[in-house]
Ligand binder design. Structure first.
Ligand SMILES: C[S@@+](CC[C@H](N)C(=O)[O-])C[C@H]1O[C@@H](n2cnc3c(N)ncnc32)[C@H](O)[C@@H]1O
Length: 372
């Protein structure tokens, strides 16, 4: 599978597949297909490298190795041995296998992993290591076994700029997909008035500057025999766009603001970000021209007490209605009661998506003039 095209699966936070598809389509003309949990595309290793390096909304990039029907472990053992593992994995380099079984005659995931692991060991003379970042992911569902290679390694939300993460940070991939959902195209000002570690502001600045999401990290595919560093360097040159725009964040917690500044410096976008310490009741629009507010206030599950949060959400709603006429607002919260407490009229509420184990929704509105 070194030269030819194969199936590549860009997984994302379930519920935001359409947003990932929009991002992929904007960046390439490849054949794509919307799937549950991500987007399927066809390509070669260069496309795998590029997808990992550029995509902001993808959680992982998986390379499909094989798919076959299987009904017992001996058959899995035989079919796994037929695969050309030596063409895919590095000789003598450790790996690990993760298996899930669902509605199948093979129901013991550990035993299934062991068969595949043995087949790989026999071909590349390497041992399985639970800490290896080369992961073979196997799914046995309704007796169909699908084997993929995780080309990313660490999840793609790890961009490499989060030195300090604060109490309840939003995932970088989720921030990027919600910005996509709000049709942020890099030309609007973005303001997060409860910015915590600055994720939303930094993601917006990077998008506007056209910076690739993965430019400050490494990937598992770099440890595969298909990897050619010269070609990779050629395909992943970073061109920073010239922009005449800043991205704004504020938070009442000074420590959070110091974290945001540190993180924006690490990302190399500090000159395009402006962070200030301020409480929501005192904030004012950072620019005359209205832009986009994307904010995730405390939800009350991990930080804060829900009762006190009603007052906070009321204050947020009041500040936005009074001072931010013309701005588009995206509110991220897990609690419909708290969203209602803002008093804002939301024209769109997304389906529930996962943010670090908590289901959240994006509530969208535009602040209209009080008379309209
Ligand atoms: C869920 S966190 C935001 C996380 C952020 N999106 C990130 O990625 O790190 C909520 C933030 O709201 C801030 N906050 C709480 N009450 C506030 C208030 N009255 N005014 C401004 N910020 C407030 C907290 O300090 C906290 O940083």
């Amino acid at each position: 599978m070194n030269q030819e095209k194969f199936e590549i699966f860009a997984s994302c936070i379930p519920g935001l597949e359409q947003e990932l598809l929009s991002e992929i389509k904007r960046n390439s003309s490849k054949q794509t297909e919307l799937m549950v949990g991500g987007v399927r595309l066809f390509g070669d290793w260069h496309d795998v490298w590029r997808a990992n390096f550029y995509l902001r909304g993808a959680s992982k990039i998986l390379v499909r190795i094989a798919s076959f029907r299987v009904s017992h472990l001996a058959q899995l053992d035989k079919l796994s041995h037929k695969l050309n593992w030596e063409n895919i994995l590095q000789y003598k380099k450790s790996f690990r296998v993760e298996t899930t079984c669902r509605k199948s005659k093979i129901y013991h995931s550990g035993a299934a992993s062991q068969r595949i692991s043995k087949a790989i060991s026999d071909k590349i003379d390497a041992k399985e290591d639970p800490t290896s970042r080369i992961i073979i992911k196997t799914r046995i569902s309704s007796d169909i076994c699908t084997i993929s290679l995780d080309s990313s390694g660490e999840g793609l939300h790890k961009r490499g700029y989060k030195i300090e993460s604060g109490k309840a940070p939003i995932r970088e991939t989720l921030a990027a997909l919600f910005l996509e959902k709000m049709k942020f195209d890099g030309s609007q000002v973005v303001y997060d008035p409860m910015c915590g570690s600055g994720t939303i502001v930094i993601e917006a600045a990077e998008i506007a500057l056209g910076l690739p999401a993965g430019r400050n990290r490494t990937f598992a595919f770099m440890e595969l025999p298909s990897f050619k560093n010269n070609k990779y360097q050629e395909l992943t040159k970073v061109y920073q766009k010239k922009i005449n725009l800043k991205f704004y964040g504020s938070d009442r917690d000074q420590g959070a603001i110091l974290n945001s500044i540190k993180n924006s410096k690490k990302a190399g976008v500090e000159t395009f970000c402006h962070f200030t310490t301020n409480s929501i009741s005192n904030v004012t629009p950072p620019t005359q021209k209205p832009g986009i507010i994307l904010v995730n206030p405390p939800y009350g599950k991990r930080i804060g007490d829900r009762k006190k949060l009603f007052a906070l959400y009321r204050s947020l709603g009041q500040t936005l209605s009074e001072k931010f006429v013309g701005w588009r607002v995206g509110l991220i919260t897990s609690d419909p009661g708290l969203a209602k407490a803002t008093g804002l009229n939301f024209f769109d509420i997304s389906s529930a998506v996962d943010n670090g184990g908590i289901k959240v929704k994006l509530y969208e509105t535009k602040i209209n003039h009080p008379q309209s």
